[in-house]
Design a protein around this ligand. Sequence first.
Ligand SMILES: [Zn+2]
Length: 258
Amino acid sequence: MIDSPFVFILFVYGLAFGSFLNVLADRLSMEQTIGGRSHCDYCKKTLRWNDLIPVISYVLLKGKCRYCHKKLSVQYPLVELVTGVVFVLSWYYSPFTLPILRIFSIALSSVLLVILVADLRYQIIPDEMQVALVGIAMLMILFSGATLTGILLRLGEGILVMLPILILFLLTRGRGMGFGDVKLAFGIGVLLGVYRGGLALYIAFLTGAIVGVGLLASRRTKMKNKIAFGPFLVVGIVCLFYFQKQVFFVVDKLFLTR
Ligand SMILES: [Zn+2]
């Protein structure tokens, strides 16, 4: 059952945490330190607490810096709002029932969100987020009661899922895929195992192809322009982690009908 005070609290936590995810996506991509006060990107003025209230500050300031009146990126309130929603959905759609594992699900979604923003905006997948993804995956395996052998096996599955992306990376000499995608594929294998991980890759290629063709057709991009692949890998992970049942249902219908 969904009880509304709990949903509200999760959402508000998500809003506040969303500000932090914005900072992570920006600063990790530009290799800045995480610590230190937030400041305006344009006038460098240190922001006060009332400039930093999630979503509300942006709306009250009409999307402009209080000091230099330059337009602020819509990324900030957008990521905050999305994080609020993602916190609620990650809790309720988590494949786990144990509360600690549901909290790990929220952590996983947060990492995926940072990867999404960083790759879309800067075409970078920060290494810190790669490590966090593998760490969260290992914690999930541990708390699900896996043995040491189980954990080692999963690491092996990570390598198996990484292999096709690594080969593509080597064949295209890094023009098709970035090395960040190779590392992310390893994380996918550790998180999902080889079967579900392989399906996640398949969904990433499928959605990537659809969006790529769509962009070319609408002339929004040219053949030589690079489209970040990380966001499609994130889509694959979300499908297989949160909507495994639905994905398996479709796979059964497509391939196993007799
Ligand atoms: Zn400013």
